[in-house]
Design a binder for this molecule. Structure first.
Ligand SMILES: Cc1cc2nc3c(=O)[nH]c(=O)nc-3n(C[C@H](O)[C@H](O)[C@H](O)COP(=O)(O)O)c2cc1C
Length: 369
């Protein structure tokens, strides 16, 4: 049988030249768990079990849920964080465990901006009518963004001053240093889905008239400052990635041409892993269905030097579909989200189907794959 490309190892380049080796091209993308009932951002045995099971399942790179760089940047009060030492200590055994099962481990650093202080997306909370912004009486907090806008249908955020922007950039750098201490191999900067960085990028949400608003150069300034600050403190032997919304899929919003231009700038600043998602601001008017975001990854891949690791995400559920995406060069790898929640052994089953080597724990050998 022909060798599967999906299960061929790949290296994400690093500044040191050694690179981050991945055993295959199947990545677990960030998925919020909304599970931290103590509301202190400290990961729990749930994160250990959840992310550990994905390492057992054969993922080559396991990325945490959106992990806030500052307390006010949490989407919900049950989110994980990396704004203090206690969180570093709690992440460390999780990263050690995931790596001990052959997966590299990444953290998605995030700030929700105007989309912070919400209840998150939990079935039981929705059933109680707890959706959208958390009222102050229930523990809600002040939110901050590029501009004060009602585009998210949430409570209005406070427009950040240039001093607050500078302090926020420092928060990202501090979180990056903690991510290193916590043992992560890769940082994925969350610049997608309508959260703070995307709130600066998109003209739909950024209405500023100073050096952080207006032109492409100004709207992308906050992100450039964040990436620059993170890259400065992130060790040379570790990998730097970003998640972008390739399209707002809204008239007059952020589009793929902007993304391609931005991705080249990000590459120049040292980013080598690119995950191409979409949307998050305004009323969605884009496509849906299997692989609907793959063309966004393809556009970025074509524009970047060969050594960038570009992944496609979104309704990729089937082994042959994933194999086709990498064989045809549309992307270098795939991120498998919801299908992995249903089946953490997704990569091993895909390997079986494609005739490639599986990487399950020795304890599972009697399953007789
Ligand atoms: C439960 C859940 C939580 C998610 N949380 C995040 C997140 O923290 N950060 C992020 O960038 N995307 C998040 N996403 C989006 C996924 O990473 C992924 O892009 C999306 O589910 C589409 O991929 P899929 O069709 O393979 O699920 C989340 C998705 C789900 C289902």
């Amino acid at each position: 049988m022909a060798q599967s490309k999906l299960f061929t190892p790949v290296t994400i380049p690093t500044k040191s030249g050694a690179g981050l080796q991945l055993r295959n091209r199947v990545v677990l993308p960030p998925m919020c768990q909304y599970v931290i009932d103590k509301r202190d951002g400290v990961p729990t045995t749930w994160q250990l079990t959840h992310l550990g099971s994905m390492a057992h399942g054969g993922f080559s790179l396991v990325i945490t849920e959106a992990t806030a760089v500052a307390a006010e940047g949490r989407i919900s009060d049950r989110d994980a964080g990396l704004w203090n030492e206690e969180q570093v200590q709690a992440w460390k055994p999780i990263t050690d465990y995931v790596r001990s099962h052959g997966s590299a481990v990444g953290v998605q650093l995030a700030h929700a901006g105007a989309k912070a202080s919400t209840y998150g997306w939990l079935e039981e909370l929705e059933a109680e009518g707890k959706v959208g912004s958390i009222p102050d009486v229930d523990g809600g907090w002040e939110t901050f963004s590029s501009s004060s806008t009602d585009i998210f249908g949430l409570k209005p955020a406070t427009e950040m001053s240039t001093e607050q922007i500078a302090a926020s950039v420092q928060d990202w750098a501090n979180a990056a240093q903690r991510a290193d201490a916590a043992g992560f191999d890769l940082i994925q900067i969350h610049a997608a889905h309508g959260y703070l960085i995307h709130q600066f990028l998109s003209p739909l949400s950024n209405k500023r008239t100073d050096e952080y608003g207006g032109s492409f150069e100004n709207r992308t300034r906050y992100l450039r400052e964040v990436v620059h600050a993170v890259a400065e403190v992130w060790p040379a032997e570790k990998a730097l990635g970003i998640r972008l919304s390739g399209e707002d899929w809204v008239q007059d919003g952020w589009g793929i041409d902007d993304t391609v231009r931005l991705a080249k700038e990000m590459y120049h600043l040292g980013v080598r892993a690119f995950d191409l998602s979409s949307a998050g601001i305004g009323s969605y008017a884009g496509p849906t269905g299997p692989g609907y975001q793959v063309p966004l990854a393809q556009a970025v891949k074509q524009a970047l030097p060969e050594d960038a690791f570009v992944t496609a995400v979104g309704v990729i559920t089937d082994a042959t579909q994933a194999e086709h995406i990498v064989v045809t060069g549309q992307a270098d790898g795939v991120s498998i989200g919801r299908a992995a929640l249903g089946n953490p052994q997704w990569p091993n089953h895909a390997a079986q189907q494609l005739g490639a080597e599986k990487s399950y724990p020795a304890q599972y050998w009697r399953a007789r794959w």
